[in-house]
Ligand binder design. Structure first.
Ligand code: TXA
Ligand code: MG
Length: 329
């Protein structure tokens, strides 16, 4: 474990982008905002830097990383895109979509970052700060969410600092993120497969493909031994508090995570109440999800009762993260 590092926090801007690029080139670890969540970046070609990254997060090394690039030309140096993968890239990049494609011959991404797979996960983030850093650095940057492994993903620089201060070199503060849940991951296999629901809805992807996305043979996350998107461990995205789903009432002392109008029996005895979206807007709820879980933790909630959230649009990703947060640990 690389601890005791001096973690610098810089406001986003030209100087921060240059400092980030220098730090990455020197093998350091840099947290930066993307439109989904804050990522913790390392030079994708530098195995030592990637080993430090796994250690800083406490992440199992069999769990591969997403390579972030600034444009499609850079993506195609790393991965092989067939017609369908190209159609998705052109429709949704830059944006909250990660494509898993076969590696190119001479793919510069270190084997440690792909966990020895012959495929690589790639995305072009839709965020000016991420883009500035990627362009200043020039190469691919692998970046998992910038949190301790298994913990709630960070949507603010302050979340990154609270998890990773002393373990990483630099945090670039670009304010709150817009989407709030991680990218949707599609495996560009024989049949394109939804490996992780995320910030781009299934409906929008299927509209471009003209066909439904395949489901993983084993529901991702139900079996920790052979996960298809290997990061989809059953217990993940977890606050410290217990999480109780589909709450129709509130037990004395429970905290409430509401969605839409909150009129549940027991509300008066709730220890805290936060609403993902009083107007029942799923995009707003996604943006608030991880921050609200962190806030309820900070208020000392023992159990968080969560109201039912519809499954369409970004509701699929929200429910996926909440189910993982609710897995008994
Ligand atoms: O929005 C996001 O995707 C954020 C931001 C920072 O870009 N990143 C992120 O990375 O969520 P991470 O490391 O938390 O999740 C990466 C996921 C894991 O579930 C991992 O197993 C999967 O991508 N993955 C990576 N490479 C893969 C591959 N070759 N095949 C299948 N799954 C892969
Ligand atoms: Mg993560």
């Amino acid at each position: 474990m690389k601890t005791g590092l001096e973690t610098l926090i810089l406001p986003a801007g030209e100087a921060a982008a240059e400092a980030a690029a220098r730090t990455l080139a020197a093998g350091g670890l840099v947290a930066f905002p993307t439109e989904t969540v804050y990522g913790l970046g390392a030079d994708a070609a530098n195995a030592t830097a990637i080993a430090h990254l796994y250690a800083a997060k406490g992440r199992p090394a069999f769990n591969p990383l997403i390579a972030h690039v600034a444009d499609l030309a850079a993506a195609r140096r790393i991965g092989r895109f067939d017609a369908r993968a190209l159609r998705l890239a052109e429709a949704f990049w830059p944006g909250p979509l990660t494509l898993v494609v076969p590696k190119t011959e001479g793919c510069p991404v270190a084997d440690l970052a792909t966990a020895g797979l012959d495929t690589v996960a790639i995305r072009i983030p839709d965020h000016p700060v991420a883009e500035a850093i990627l362009r200043a650095f020039g190469g691919a940057v692998v970046a998992p969410s910038a949190n301790i492994s298994g913990h709630v993903s960070p949507t603010l620089a302050a979340h990154v600092a609270s998890d990773l201060t002393g373990r990483i070199d630099l945090i670039v503060d670009g304010g709150p993120v817009a989407v709030g849940v991680e990218s949707t991951i599609v495996g560009c296999f024989e049949a394109p497969m939804l490996l992780r629901p995320g910030g781009l809805s299934r409906e929008r992807i299927e509209a471009v493909l003209g066909s439904p996305l395949a489901r993983p043979p084993v529901e991702a996350g139900s079996d920790d031994s052979q996960p298809l998107a290997p990061g989809m461990l059953a217990s993940h995205y977890a606050p410290r508090a217990q999480v109780r789903l589909d709450a129709r009432d509130i037990a004395p002392g429970e905290a409430l995570l509401a969605f839409g109008p909150a009129r549940l029996p027991g509300l008066d005895a709730a220890s805290a109440v936060m609403n993902l979206s009083p107007a029942a807007d799923l995009d707003e709820a996604a943006a608030n999800l991880f921050g609200h879980l962190r806030s309820l933790d900070a208020k000392g909630a023992r159990t968080i009762a969560v109201m039912t959230i519809p499954g369409e649009g970004l509701g699929e990703a929200i429910n996926d993260r909440l189910r993982r947060a609710a897995v008994a640990r």
